[in-house]
Design a protein around this ligand. Structure first.
Ligand SMILES: NC(=O)C1=CN([C@@H]2O[C@H](COP(=O)(O)OP(=O)(O)OC[C@H]3O[C@@H](n4cnc5c(N)ncnc54)[C@H](OP(=O)(O)O)[C@@H]3O)[C@@H](O)[C@H]2O)[C@@H](O)CC1
Ligand SMILES: Nc1ncnc2c1ncn2[C@@H]1O[C@H](COP(=O)(O)OP(=O)(O)O)[C@@H](O)[C@H]1O
Ligand SMILES: [K+]
Length: 457
């Protein structure tokens, strides 16, 4: 896992208190950008630096000075109002031959470096900058954002428009705002630039995390003297759309649950899944998948490890599961907005829920004591106020039923005794990896392909 910070304030404060000057930090930041440019761009090419008047602009100006001589560097300022650092950097840059231009000329540009706004973005962009971004974003030059693509704020929301980067270099610490759903189409590849201090020097235990491929912990079968009962009995409650529940049940089985049963009406049930009238013997249950308005009796299962999904988010019965530290709630944003209202935690629209997802997810996990897995392009797992994000999934997963498969994977882990948090983290990673391994076209993956891929992780 990589550590994510809400902002780099703590890093900046720590570095400055140790005696670093802002100019030293900027020198390191600029060097990180310059190194990437040298890897990606032939020398001699023309680079346009878009500069704001704050420290994000200062980083860009320092970078132009470093590359000047090997590349043709032009600075374009979106403001005449420069802070002292930016002015000092500009004075040096001009002396070494960097050009300052009064209009951004995109002809023959090989690369655009975005140093307009970083962590200091405090309001929506104005019309002039939005127009500039429209022109730049459709240009085929290499695009590199310094710290944040301009227009993306620290909460991961777009303030009117946003620079569409191929690469974003996060300065000093990886910031959580770079991993929102909307950020995924704006940041390009995100990497961290070390500003002269290791992460461990300033990161505290209160931070959030970005999951990595190596965090995937598959259910392992090490002992030989075992039987099906050793791997748990998973149950899925079926509803008005039983196919959805059957897909979840199949995913749970393939993910290693020893036995899988469904409760509810199902025609053409696959022979590997058992049909039951009640939840007797369940080690873990999934409920809500394809439920609709079907009747459910949860009295016997509300204290079990469980996945609470889909339509259950809108129904009164979900309240009876609280508090249950072994519960994994798996809403998509619309269901999340409904769930917040249903549990009396917040009465907000889907848009508001999306906008404030990080803090709402954190608070939800504190209030319910369970695990939240808020689905999206970059799903968020929240437990006990800590967030775990995953940016490894892809748009192949945007197909009806992929959430049902995810619920089934979580169920498979829960049945085998994994904690709710471990089940959610591993399930998100297994889901993403199965999609990543899929060999067909982006548009053709079905939930059944996704389930099949679980066999080969
Ligand atoms: N601190 C350090 O030690 C280090 C900092 N580093 C770098 O500095 C960056 C942070 O620098 P920063 O704090 O100066 O803010 P920054 O992002 O340049 O923007 C502020 C300017 O933007 C303006 N402005 C804001 N919103 C606007 C809008 N919508 N439309 C128009 N204008 C708007 C705002 O104007 P004002 O609100 O004052 O009118 C102000 O002039 C950080 O991301 C990283 O790159 C590291 O690399 C090295 C260590
Ligand atoms: N563009 C995307 N990038 C990454 N993951 C995605 C994307 N679109 C959907 N997903 C994932 O696919 C699943 C969709 O779940 P959901 O919306 O509940 O679908 P359904 O109810 O049809 O099964 C979630 O796990 C979500 O995170
Ligand atoms: K920027």
């Amino acid at each position: 896992m990589k550590t994510l910070c809400k902002s780099s304030t703590k890093f900046d404060e720590q570095a400055l208190s140790l005696g670093f000057s802002e100019l030293i930090l900027q020198e390191n930041a600029a060097r990180g950008v310059a190194e990437l440019v040298r890897q990606k761009l032939k020398s001699g090419e023309k680079i346009l630096f878009l500069c704001g008047g704050g420290n994000n602009g200062s980083d860009a100006i320092a970078c132009a000075r470093m590359l000047s001589g090997d590349y043709e560097c032009e600075l374009y300022f979106i403001t005449g109002n420069l802070n002292a650092n930016a002015q000092a950097q500009l004075n040096i840059a001009l002396k070494v031959g960097v050009n300052r231009v009064s209009q951004p000329d995109l002809e023959n540009i090989g690369c655009v470096i975005d140093g307009m706004f970083g962590s200091g973005l405090s309001r929506d962009l104005d019309a002039e900058i939005i127009l500039l971004l429209d022109r730049i974003n459709t240009h085929n030059a290499l695009k590199i954002a310094i710290d944040f693509p301009s227009g993306l704020d620290g909460n991961g929301n777009i303030r009117g428009a946003c620079f569409k980067a191929d690469f974003t270099l996060s300065m000093g610490a990886l910031k959580i705002g770079l991993f929102s759903d909307v950020a995924k189409d704006m940041t390009g590849e995100v990497s961290l630039v070390n500003l002269g201090l290791s992460d461990n020097r300033f990161i505290t235990h209160q931070e959030d995390f970005l999951l990595e491929r190596t965090d995937l912990n598959l259910p392992s079968r090490t002992l030989q003297n075992v039987h099906k009962g050793s791997f748990g009995h998973a149950f899925v409650a079926l509803g008005q759309m039983p196919g959805a529940g059957i897909m979840a049940a199949t995913a749970a089985l393939i993910m290693g649950a020893g036995k899988v049963s469904v409760v509810g009406k199902a025609e053409n049930l696959t022979p590997q899944i058992m049909q039951k009238n009640n939840f007797d013997g369940a080690d873990a249950v999934a409920i809500g998948i394809g439920l609709g308005n079907a009747d459910i009796d949860i009295s016997a299962i509300k204290h079990l490890p469980c996945v609470l999904d889909a339509d259950l988010c809108y129904r009164a019965e979900i309240r009876e599961f609280l508090p249950n530290p072994s519960a994994v709630f798996t809403p998509h944003p619309k269901e999340f907005s409904g769930l917040l209202r249903n549990l009396g935690l917040a009465d907000i629209s889907i848009e508001e829920a999306i906008k404030n997802r990080f803090e709402l997810a954190r608070e939800f996990s504190r209030q319910t004591k369970g695990v939240l897995l808020l689905k999206g392009a970059n799903p968020i797992i929240a437990y006990n106020g800590t967030l775990y994000l995953c940016n490894l999934g892809s748009n192949k997963l945007s197909v009806g039923g992929s959430g049902d498969v995810l619920a089934g994977i979580i169920l498979g882990y829960l049945a085998q005794g994994f904690s709710a948090l471990e089940a959610a983290k591993n399930a998100v990673l297994a889901h993403a990896k199965s999609a990543e391994n899929y060999q067909g076209n982006d548009y053709s993956m079905t939930p059944l392909d996704l389930i099949d891929g679980l066999k080969y992780l």
